[in-house]
Design a protein around this ligand. Structure first.
Ligand SMILES: Cc1ncc(COP(=O)(O)O)c(C=O)c1O
Length: 408
């Protein structure tokens, strides 16, 4: 970061004046917390007692033998409470909210993972919680809506725009602007105006710290490559942060959807379809048309289906420190099947993007190499999408029977 909130030419804080004081107070609380050694200790103790940290590195022996190439390790963020890395960020923000003396949190969610994590944090800290979710996503992700409501959150379906994640973000900002005194906006990824990208990356850096320590203990050397999927960029920044200063290839994998050539994807950095713009309070690569209207994105993984991307990643793309690739939905489903069958692991569809790219490259690496894949979440939440994709007949029968029981 060279100027306040800028990473190279990206980032910044393009916010209405009415929000300036709130952003300043947030930045101040974050800077004080970062400078206070006891804060990180409090954070990591809480994460170990509440969310099973440190999460292990699992050696994938069967996949290693299958590809006859590098030794493959998997960082198990799926073992976090609520099933994904999202909790790392929200629990950290929860500690900040308590320090700032606020009593309510709002959040946006697409796939629902961040919404569930925020509702969990709010229940644990005793905050009131409102989650904004595009109407389309509310329909797609009913199980997560169910859990958010059980956890005590109010889930508000957003009917504006294309009724997906970007519209939910706009609505969460509107709510925050109207209730700044008692409310904090717990943004779910390393995007948005400063200080959010830095703050979210800071809390997610726990992944990289643990992964680096552990791989050095097990293998006595650095991995050659580290793979992570890229939605907004938080899990990728988290794991990459442990290896940025080392001679390690860092590979961020975006949603190639139906294929880059079809235009139906969410690849802002690996494709040449992204262009630099300012939206939602920050400057980065967006999938937008010539007039700056945001385009529709597509991915089998709802958590990667976003038009913008972290300004920190955009800057690493410019410098060439991180390589970006995109894989298609069908490559993702193949990678998921292989991982389930060979290792008995069920990664989230988002995480399977990282697996798919690693599997493409593994046969070209040598047996002396070590690679690391971030399993950002678990795939249970994706049961409806995966059962559809594999046209599972038993699942269809089950859904039909349930439908009849509910009089559908
Ligand atoms: C399991 C999982 N992985 C990855 C992502 C993508 O987010 P990010 O790029 O911020 O890690 C999501 C978003 O919902 C997710 O649920």
């Amino acid at each position: 970061m060279n100027r306040r909130g800028y990473y190279g030419d990206f980032g910044g804080a393009f916010i209405p004046e009415i929000l300036t004081a709130t952003f300043d107070a947030l930045e101040d609380a974050f800077e004080k917390a970062k400078g206070d050694a006891s804060f990180w200790r409090e954070y990591s103790d809480m994460m170990s007692a509440y969310s099973c940290r440190p999460t292990p590195l699992t050696f994938a022996g069967n996949l290693t033998r299958h590809f006859k190439g590098p030794r493959i390790y998997i960082k198990r963020e799926d073992l976090n409470h609520t099933g994904a890395h999202k909790i790392n960020n929200v629990m950290g923000q929860g500690l900040l909210v308590r320090r700032m003396g606020k009593s309510r949190v709002v959040a946006e969610t697409g796939a629902g993972q961040h919404g569930v994590a925020t509702a969990t944090m709010a229940a644990r800290f005793g905050f009131r919680c409102t989650v904004y979710m595009g109407e389309v996503d509310v329909e797609r992700q009913r199980p997560n809506v169910f859990w958010m409501e059980r956890l005590g959150a109010e889930v508000i379906p957003v009917k504006d725009g294309t009724r997906i994640l970007k519209d939910a973000i706009n609505e969460a900002f509107r709510d925050w602007a109207a209730h700044m005194d008692d409310t904090h906006y717990a943004l779910g990824t390393a995007c948005g105006p400063h200080p959010f990208p830095e703050m979210v990356a800071y809390f997610q850096s726990i992944i990289g710290k643990e992964a680096r320590d552990r791989i050095l203990k097990i293998e006595g050397k650095m991995p050659s490559r580290v793979y992570a999927c890229v939605g907004g960029g938080s899990n990728a920044l988290g794991i990459f942060s442990g290896f940025l200063d080392d001679p390690v290839d860092l590979v961020g994998v975006e949603a190639g959807g139906d294929g880059l050539e079809t235009g139906r994807h969410a690849s802002r950095l690996a494709s040449d379809h992204g262009s630099v713009g300012v939206a939602q309070g920050y400057k980065t690569y967006f999938l937008q048309d010539r007039e700056g209207q945001m385009k529709e994105t597509h991915s089998v993984a709802a958590g990667l289906d976003y038009v913008g991307v972290s300004p920190i990643l955009a800057s690493h793309r410019e410098t060439g420190r991180i390589r970006f690739e995109a894989v298609t939905d069908s490559e993702v489903l193949d990678a998921m099947s292989l991982t389930i069958k060979k290792e008995g692991l069920i990664p989230a569809l988002e995480s399977c993007h990282a697996f798919a790219q690693a599997f493409k490259e593994a046969p070209h690496l040598s047996r002396g190499d070590v690679i690391l894949i971030n399993q950002s979440g678990r795939g249970d939440k994706d049961i409806f999408t995966i059962a559809d994709a594999f046209a599972d007949p038993g699942w269809k029968r089950f859904i039909r029977r349930k439908g009849r029981e509910y009089g559908a």
